[in-house]
Design a protein around this ligand. Sequence first.
Ligand SMILES: [Mg+2]
Length: 353
Amino acid sequence: MTAGGRACLAAMSADPAHALVATDYDGTLAPIVDDPAAAAPAPGAVAALAMLASRAGTVAIITGRDARDAVGLGSLADVPGLIVLGHYGAQRWQDGMLSEPPEPPGIRVVREALPGLLAAAGAPAGTTVEDKGTALAVHTRRTADPDAALALLREPLSRLADSTALTLEPGRLVLELRPPGMDKGTALRQLAAERGASAVLYCGDDLGDLAAFAAIRDLRADGLPGCAVASQSTESPQVSAAADLVVDGPPGIVRFLAGLAGTLLSSGGTTPRTPRGAPDGSAIVSGARSSGLGTTSCTPRGAPDGSAIVSGARSSGLAATSRRTAPSSGGRGRARSSRRPARRRHPACTGRR
Ligand SMILES: [Mg+2]
């Protein structure tokens, strides 16, 4: 581990209540599989996150997936207080509630155009399209020659992205068309600012995670301790090259996070995660969110389409108190009120890069 990474872990041990631990899902918490709909967490992943959540101020997933998919696949609703940022941060799931922007118009055009485009381009058998709602991903992992298929499709998909004001994001044997303007680095920086983080750690495995690693470097240059952890993959060696620590795939990530949780639980940090005045063991639930997430509505899981409750968007300037009614599924159907610990503003956490 680099000296910067070690400094971040030391800062987290000294002040776990303001630690932000964030991780990607696919390839990081969950092994890559042929069918994205079958990506389950590595053994022990959810338990490690839950242990972290009992001590660290903020634990988050930042994924290119729809947040609901990640929560469902990973049984992530079992992790108290977890924040899941889906679609590279455009979506937010927290405490059973989802907020997301409307579908960009270009996505509908791409959805309709893709079958014909793939046929015209000669996409080989095994090419699959994953519809993420506000993004569409073309996978070549199941073709006879995944790298050749990816090279074949890159140019026509790039033209389609250009014509629909979308961006083409490469990944591990996948090309994804999605709205521009949001990436995991932006999402991580906004979350660090919102939560008043005093140290930030991020785990990832793919090219889309490099933006989050860059955010870690930027925050560190501004004086905020940070650590980038790579889930090693031969498919994206650039990620390991940019990391402070490289571990052996999702099982290595699970061991690392469990070890970090153990360290934080036994550390001498003096600021408890439980907010002042709250009952013992009560989880922190933040109602405040960064105003930069483009949030337009807050919809409970299982609610009818289009049913919006409240915006929930508010200034990130002060500690906030919230009360929400969560849906009844999964034991989350009760009004919860909580208060976040007072923000500890760091110069690097004021929204600037
Ligand atoms: Mg990944």
